[in-house]
Design a protein around this ligand. Structure first.
Ligand code: 3H9
Length: 705
């Protein structure tokens, strides 16, 4: 046995097979060092007469997680990944890839360049580049269609989805599924069996998946139509289709060159920068100071107080994560209603064919209900989702304090109430935390983990751990009215109201916001959530509102008529016969006209660009205030909040990333311009002023905490 070892790629000869293992924790990403050493290993195999075949594997939990995303946007360091893949494919000795865990992006492209592929049952195989604003740039767009045909290859590349070993085998992506969990043993046995059978070197570039040219062309055209309709704001999907077309029409080498050009265009696009920012921001948001200090408490059983829409949604999220749930309601009728709300979610899934009745029964076996708090004596965590009223919350927490076991985490789902005050009202404030779910709680990814002053680090760590179990995206927030998300929302919604009163119609504002990339505009959101919710908040804030602050009454006039949006058939829009998409309402336009007159405003026109500049400036300014006050740890926490709770277009990275991309000094100039009309509303955030003075970006603050 001969061996050579390097840091990132190790190789050793085992009975004629050179085992080349990529060892670059945490996910064996293909950074410059890995690429260099991988190529060297393949070259050494060609020269070594003792090597009959090469086995590529990954050390640790994955094969290879892809190109090193951290290198994007930096000067390229040779060898490039396409070069390395070409070198692998050109090998005169058999190259076998043995996949366990992730073989994603460049990782799969390395495997596609190998001559044979085996995968273990835990494999996650895919080309997710599109989710980062890219296309597979190391031969993937040329090799995958040749291997699978254009249709299947386009489907995988355009969706970015992962497939498991069985599906990959059925598609023809891999040749064999390993029976055990030992990747080395499976890979060696497979390579040996290929050698024994004198299997030829079989290069993917020669595969015949595109020979049916008519079918390939049809698949490419169909994908082009679909992409133009569905992903019209995104840059890379059409480039993926172009690259596959090149695979059909050009030689392999020309196709690779074309792929490279398209890849570089994507790499340079602001969308790539936004999407990569979102990727890292989501991961960074999962780390808060307390998650490093505290040890999560074990959570198996959870109590949910309240069976309304929110409580039931939370119960479903918990059940789906495999936890046991005890719902507490004040009487039998309310409990029955709560249970029905839970069942309704599963019934809808069954109706859509996405769940079996057996699966529903298995989930509901972990669901229990009671009208007595005593039922919560043994639970590990409680989430309270009752009416938003401080006196009611105090009463609930007093009961929890009385019945819950020591060490139980006591969480409130309040959207704005002072959690410090709730914590201070009981004997164990260190166990009290905010878990702010978004509706529908079983679907929405965002979970604001609201950290009151006295909470213990263990409890915060438990909340982050729970978020992971629930497959939610947690963001740490401090206590204030509205926390991160709703506090910022109140400000940009006010900016939208100002524009509406000044002359823009709500329909134009919604359209401009949708064209920017949000799924809905603010007035559609209000109609969906129920206008009464915002109305209640405005009434609550009325007493403390700065009388000098401009207040637009249009929404109040609409609510006074009982027009609360979709649920009442009209709000800002008209929803005929239960329609979910509304139509502009002339009566609403008349109300707006009357309000403009009452406020003595001569309406003026706004361009969509003006609308978005004001809308975004308001969002960015309050986002910066939230960071400045320590409510959000870093700008990236604001970004993640808006990406996952408010439909912010992912390819723009989030409002703080967007601010940097348009230039913080430009945003500040806009705010100062708008302040000439309304200096009370448009007060530049001290953080923005400071950063602009120093010539620094919001991103520069993302390293802290
Ligand atoms: C590509 O390949 C382009 C090519 O086609 C062309 C090139 C020419 N690079 O997610 P986790 C970090 S594009 C650098 O929590 P998990 C991550 O930030 C790439 N770093 O683990 C985190 O760091 P930290 C296509 C990466 O076990 C840590 O690893 N590939 C990369 O839940 C753990 O990550 C993809 O898009 C990377 N590629 O999931 C796959 N990946 O600890 C992206 C991860 O400092 N990755 N990190 O926060 C994933 O989907 C998941 O990470 C994976 C593991 C499934 C692999």
């Amino acid at each position: 046995m001969s061996e050579a070892s390097t840091d990132a790629v190790r190789h050793e000869l085992r009975d004629g097979i050179l085992v080349v293992s990529v060892d670059n924790p945490p996910v064996n990403a293909l950074g410059a060092k890995v690429r260099y050493e991988l190529r060297a290993a393949i070259e050494s195999a060609q020269q070594n007469p003792n090597v009959e075949a090469v086995l590529l594997i990954g050390a640790g939990r994955n094969f290879i997680g892809g190109a090193d995303i951290r290198e994007f946007g930096k000067p390229p360091v040779p060898p490039s990944l396409p070069e390395v893949c070409n070198r692998i494919e050109a090998s005169s000795k058999l190259v076998v890839a043995a996949i366990h865990g992730a073989a994603l992006g460049g990782g799969l492209e390395v495997a596609l360049a190998a001559h044979y592929r085996i995968a273990l049952a835990d494999a996650k195989i895919g080309l997710p580049e599109v989710t980062l604003g890219l296309l597979p740039g190391a031969g993937g767009t040329q090799r995958m269609p040749r291997l699978l045909g254009a249709k299947a290859a386009l489907d995988l590349m355009l969706s970015g989805r992962h497939v498991g070993a069985n599906k990959a085998h059925a598609l023809g992506l891999i040749d064999r599924i390993g029976a055990s969990a030992d990747v080395m043993a499976e890979g060696l046995a497979y390579a040996r069996s290929l050698l024994t059978a004198r299997a030829p070197v079989r290069r993917t570039c020669d595969a015949l998946g595109l020979v049916d040219r008519a079918a390939s062309r049809a698949a490419i055209e169909a994908a082009r139509v679909e992409v133009s309709q569905r992903s019209r704001r995104l840059f890379s999907p059409l480039k993926i289709v172009d690259a596959v077309q090149a695979a059909l029409e050009m030689s392999f080498d020309d196709g690779l060159r074309h792929e490279r050009q398209l890849f570089l265009q994507c790499l340079d696009s602001p969308q790539r920068a936004g999407l990569v920012h979102a990727f890292f921001a989501e991961r960074a948001a999962q780390k808060a100071p307390e998650t490093r200090k505290g040890k999560p408490r074990a959570i198996a059983s959870v109590g949910v107080i309240g069976g309304g829409t929110m409580g039931a949604g939370i119960a479903v999220a918990l059940l789906d994560a495999g936890l046991s749930v005890t719902m507490v309601e004040r009487d039998d009728a309310s409990l029955a209603y709560g249970r029905a709300n839970v069942e309704k979610v599963y019934k809808a899934l069954i109706a859509k064919g996405r769940m079996t009745s057996q699966a529903k029964a298995a989930l509901l076996a972990r669901f229990d209900g009671s009208t007595s708090y005593e039922a919560l004596h043994a639970v590990d965590l409680v989430v309270e989702a009752v009416f938003e009223d401080m006196a009611v919350k105090h009463a609930v927490f007093a009961e929890l304090d009385r019945v819950c076991k020591p060490g139980a985490v006591l969480a409130t789902n309040t959207s704005y109430l002072d959690i410090d005050a709730i914590a201070a009202s009981i004997s164990r404030p260190a166990d009290v935390i905010g878990l702010h779910f978004f509706s529908p709680a079983n679907l929405m990814k965002l979970l604001e983990v609201v950290v009151p002053a006295q909470v213990s680090a263990d409890v915060v760590a438990t909340a982050f751990d729970l978020a992971k179990k629930l497959r939610k995206v947690p963001v740490r927030a401090g206590v204030c009215d509205g926390f991160i998300g709703n506090r910022v929302l109140a400000i940009y919604r006010a900016a939208a109201d100002h524009m509406m009163e000044d002359g823009a119609s709500p329909y134009q504002i919604d359209r401009a916001v949708r064209d920017f990339g949000f799924p809905m505009g603010p007035f559609q959101v209000s109609d969906l959530a129920g206008g009464d919710i915002g109305w209640a908040t405005r009434k609550r804030r009325a007493a403390t509102r700065d009388p000098k602050l401009r207040y637009v009454q249009i929404a109040d006039r609409i609510c006074e008529r009982g027009w609360f949006g979709q649920k009442t058939g009209r709000g800002f829009y008209l929803y005929a016969d239960g329609a979910r998409t509304g139509k502009p309402d002339p009566d609403v336009e008349a109300i707006i006209d009357a309000e403009r007159e009452r406020a003595n405003i001569t309406p003026r026109t706004f361009t969509d660009d003006e609308i978005m500049r004001r809308y975004m400036a308001a969002m960015i300014n309050e986002g910066a205030n939230v960071v400045h006050e320590g409510i959000a740890l870093r700008p990236l926490d604001v970004d993640v909040t808006f990406l996952h709770g408010y439909g912010f277009p992912r390819h723009r990275g989030g409002p703080m990333k967007y601010a940097d991309s348009v230039g913080l000094s430009n945003v500040l100039a806009d705010i100062r311009e708008f302040a000439k009309e309304d200096p009370v509303f448009w007060q530049p955030s001290p953080l923005i002023v400071e950063l602009v003075e120093r010539g620094a970006t919001l991103a520069s603050l993302n390293q802290s905490a």
